[in-house]
Write a protein that binds this ligand. Sequence first.
Ligand code: SAH
Ligand code: SF4
Ligand code: F3S
Length: 447
Amino acid sequence: MTKNLFIKTYGCQMNVYDSQRMADALAPQGYRLVEQPDEADLVVLNTCHIREKASEKVFSELGRLNRIKMNREAEGGTLVIGVGGCVAQAEGAELIRRAPYVDMVFGPQTTHRLPEMVSRATRGTEKNGIIDTDFAAAEKFDELPAPTGTNRSSAFLSIQEGCDKFCTFCVVPYTRGAEFSRPQNDIILEAQTLVDQGVREITLLGQNVNAYRNNGIGLADLLENMSQIDDLKRIRYTTSHPRDMDDALVAAHGTNEKLMPFLHLPVQSGSDTILRAMNRGHGVDRFFDIIDRLRAARPDIAFSSDFIVGFPGETDADFEATLDLIGRIEFAQAYSFKYSPRPGTPAADMNDQVPEPIKNERLAALQDLITQQQKIYNASHIGSHTSILFESAGRNENQYIGRTPYNQSVHVTGDATLLGTVRQVELTISKSHSLEGRLIESAGATI
Ligand code: SAH
Ligand code: SF4
Ligand code: F3S
């Protein structure tokens, strides 16, 4: 009998990956994905704890789900509610206390046990809710089934989980546990399965993906071995920590043709004082040095980053230093956040918390600068010819969307045969977040 599953995903790409794997793991029990929670027999919220706003959203969504559940039960039906991911890990039993209608609470490292939890929950014999927040990363990857039914040309593949770095603002080491890297063979097999299903671009994921190390194999080796998969055209990896950007990886950007010339490398701040207080383990000079070496290896490489404004103790001068850093690097894109104090992290208890209005001002100024840089970056590509991997249909008729090697979205007029292929495109118009282009060849894919 088919049953309906609705999954809502918050947070980072690792959660996106986990949600897909949850759907794969539940398919043998007859669950198929639906678009709306009110059509579902089982709802899973895959949650994020990184900033206060992200975790509070979960509780308002749970309130809505509870109303659906009560209506359903009044009509003699049922709705099973599960909460997974980083809020589940952080809150554990407290989550069930706050929302007693939740049937299952499970952390990011126990998604493989979801089918068993669902069987128990649907039997209706569990009185108090099921809680499973073990750190079982190795077991998770061993037990999750191979990905099924992919119809995308670009896919995520988690290769590394957890974090040992303990930046003073961040909950990830507590919610995802210690660093763990999957064995290379498992990763290559999973990549091959994805490619057999039509995937042409794989983004390797990890909270510290460049800290990947298993059995003496580092990320540069893994990238090299993965690029041997014939029909795989593009490889990316995210998120990287500057501390783990070793020589072999820098060199790979110059030699591995499938490795795309775009790197997301979060720096958070341009002030040494703040970087120290954040426990990032490197200063500004080291960051510039890494960028210089990457540009020497791959002159056309584009960069993206993450920034936090209003970290405790951040002065106007510290913030100016961040703007200076941005001015010097010229990012192709960047994400920026107001510092959000998180329970249990050292920075939450630091003196000199920055008042909200100042955080707002700094965020606006930083985002203005980034938008300006992004516009200049995109505009600099107008008139150039580049390869685009087409991934989805656009909103308008005959409009298709793909990405350049530098991760820019490009809208092109064409037909559905473009999907999943890499084509040569002339970039014609630049907008703030995307570009428009025109197919150069009328027929024949380049792959
Ligand atoms: N492992 C990655 C970051 C993962 S979290 C790294 O070290 O770079 C993604 C981003 O969320 C971080 O880069 C940071 O910019 C932001 N972030 C994390 N904790 C935050 C907090 N407490 N307040 C505001 N932003 C935060
Ligand atoms: Fe969080 Fe720092 Fe680890 Fe990144 S490196 S996940 S910011 S603790
Ligand atoms: Fe959020 Fe957890 Fe990812 S806190 S950013 S979902 S690792």
